[in-house]
Design a protein around this ligand. Structure first.
Ligand code: PEP
Ligand code: MG
Length: 577
């Protein structure tokens, strides 16, 4: 049994398909003087074929939203780059070695340099170099085609790592799950698994070396567990778990088109959090009534340059059109903090989470901000868009952001470019200072969306990425519940809707409290929508209000947790397992 990070839920049981990684198997081999020219020639031809392969992949992606197309573009640039090719040719000439070995040495050197790079963005490029190297190696070794292209039966792909071209080649119907040795929750392959809707586990160190094609695998993408060649007893347990999981999903799917109404007919909105346009399908599948958070940072990742206004515009226009007549809330960039993978040189801060991130970055890089705002406004006439600023800490900062928005509106007016003049503008309430003065801020905006991921981090002074203090990350902390009650009340006193888009909104454990505190809409990962809807449809608002009131009187998280666990066990035992 192996443990990794579950990045897309569900259980699959099937045969492994081990994806070859040529770079792991190259050994040194020497050539004669007289063979040098032939060898460099063979290498150059492999580079050309690798380019043609990538062009082919790029063609397949044409007309799609594409994250992946951008990465392929970066890989093509690396292939065009004379350094990689030139250094490999020199290596062959100087050391009289095979092209495969020379390429491996050059790639390893590139990667070693990048490993010490200052910015995380550059360090991440090691993967791109490996992928590009592999595409050449595959051609040198003489692979006819990408092995993932023509799968004949259902398989679970086992790879050291999956490159974007690998994931494009996966014929969706045949790949029922995948597992990789490397990767994290935010790595490219994790995002892909999510949008393909297949169970996946990443970061399973040592798995690749332990599995052969044809081995029987159990992949539990919910728990992050992979079992290789299970005993019949274990298999029986997981077959039962799988049946249970599928049954629950099917039961939940029956709620998809039913409204999120409490038993005493109070309506709330259930919205989806989205990072990529691809995920809209999943959001609609689970009955999202709109997008409560579109995290635009993803437009900036995996690339060397900044996205143009046109690129922003196309993405937002598609989003608006696909979700219409429902609303989509676009959050202006929240780069910085732990999301420093951009071409902007903003890494290297001692305390990035408290540093130049999100709205602060936008106010100092005004052009960057204006480009994005122009694109959102231009796209706003194709559906119902809302603008949301992240990390607002006070009224002055909000006013500064709005002044730039007004400037952009004026420019569009002068150019005669149409946009939704009443586009709602709201803020994330995720900095404690903003939460405390929510009553002042509510007078200045059209809506609030509470970002509990950051609000809890800043309020309780615990780094949300630091495992050592993870035990202190308590949504049930009385201070957090008090702040939530205050924010929601402040919003309602000014008649503005209050939403929540932090992870807390998508965990059915908390639904009853949030409902009782008066939250108007809940925005979450699409696969949680129906579980939350089930809770909402099974209680009355007055029941929830009573629970919330009771809970606000407790002095410790543990009392609150115990009270709610007992309450949930009594009413929804199947939802809190
Ligand atoms: C939050 O902070 O709760 C939030 C939704 O934003 P992010 O997780 O992107 O910081
Ligand atoms: Mg946040």
């Amino acid at each position: 049994m192996f443990k990794g990070i579950g990045v897309a839920p569900g259980i699959v049981i099937g045969r492994a398909f081990r994806l070859d990684h040529p770079e792991l198997e190259i050994n040194p081999s020497w050539i004669r003087n007289s063979e040098v020219e032939e060898e460099t020639d063979r290498f150059r031809k492999a580079v050309e074929r690798a380019k043609a392969d990538l062009e082919e992949v790029k063609k397949k992606l044409e007309g799609q939203d594409n994250e992946q197309a951008k990465i392929i573009e970066v890989h093509l640039m690396l292939l065009e780059d004379s350094t990689l090719v030139g250094e490999t040719v020199n290596y062959i000439k100087k050391y009289k070695v095979s092209a495969e070995w020379a390429l491996k040495q050059v790639i390893d050197r590139f990667k070693a340099n990048l490993a010490n790079a200052e910015t995380e963005y550059l360090r991440e490029r090691q993967m791109d170099i490996t992928h590009v190297g592999n595409s050449i190696l595959r051609n040198l070794i003489g692979y006819e085609e990408n092995p993932l292209d023509n799968l004949k039966e259902d398989v679970i792909v086992v790879a050291y790592d999956l490159s974007p071209s690998d994931t494009v080649q996966m014929s969706k119907e045949r790949v029922i799950g995948f597992v990789t040795d490397v990767g994290s929750k935010t790595s490219h392959s994790a995002i892909m698994a999510h949008s393909l809707g297949i169970p996946a586990v990443v970061g399973v160190a040592g798995l690749y070396a332990s599995v052969d094609t044809g081995d029987l695998l159990i992949v539990d993408g919910t728990e992050g567990i992979v079992i290789v060649n299970p005993s019949s007893d274990v298999l029986e347990v997981y077959l039962e778990k799988q049946r249970q999981y599928d049954y629950e999903i099917n039961e939940l799917l029956r709620l998809k088109d039913l409204p999120a109404l409490t038993l005493d007919v109070q309506k709330v909105s259930l919205l989806a959090n989205v990072e990529l346009l691809k995920e809209i399908d999943l959001a609609l599948k689970y009955g999202a009534e709109g997008i409560g958070l579109y995290r635009t940072e993803f437009l900036y990742l995996n690339r060397h340059d900044l996205p143009s206004e046109e690129e922003h515009f196309q993405v937002y226009k598609t989003l608006a059109e696909r979700i219409a007549p429902n609303p989509a809330t676009i959050r202006t960039i929240d780069l910085g903090g732990e999301k420093v993978l951009s071409p902007l040189d903003i890494a290297g801060e001692k305390n990035p989470v408290l540093g130049l991130r999100a709205i602060r970055l936008c106010l100092t890089h005004k052009d960057l901000f204006k480009t994005q705002l122009r694109a959102i406004l231009r796209a706003s006439q194709y559906g119902k868009l809302q603008i949301m600023y992240p990390m607002i800490s006070g009224v002055d900062e909000l006013k500064k952001a709005n002044a730039i928005l007004d400037e952009v509106k004026e420019e569009l007016d002068q150019e005669g470019i149409p946009y939704d003049k009443n586009i709602p503008v709201g803020i994330m309430v995720e900095v404690p200072s903003a939460a405390i003065i929510a009553d002042f801020l509510a007078k200045e905006v059209d809506f609030f969306s509470i970002g509990t991921n950051d609000l809890i981090q800043y309020c309780l002074a615990i780094d949300r990425e630091n495992e050592k203090v993870a035990y202190l990350y308590e949504p049930y902390h009385p201070s957090i519940l008090r702040l939530l009650a205050h924010i929601i009340k402040a919003g309602h006193e000014e008649n503005i809707p209050v939403s929540m888009c932090g992870e807390m909104a998508g965990d059915p454990k908390y639904t009853i409290i949030l409902l009782g505190l008066g939250l108007d809409s809940f925005s979450m990962n699409a696969d949680s929508l129906l579980k939350v809807k089930k809770v909402i449809r099974s209680v009355t608002l007055s029941q929830a209000e009573k629970v919330a009131k009771e809970v606000l009187s407790f002095t410790t998280s543990s009392e609150i947790q115990q009270y709610l666990n007992e309450w949930m066990m009594k009413h929804f035992p199947d939802l809190i397992r």
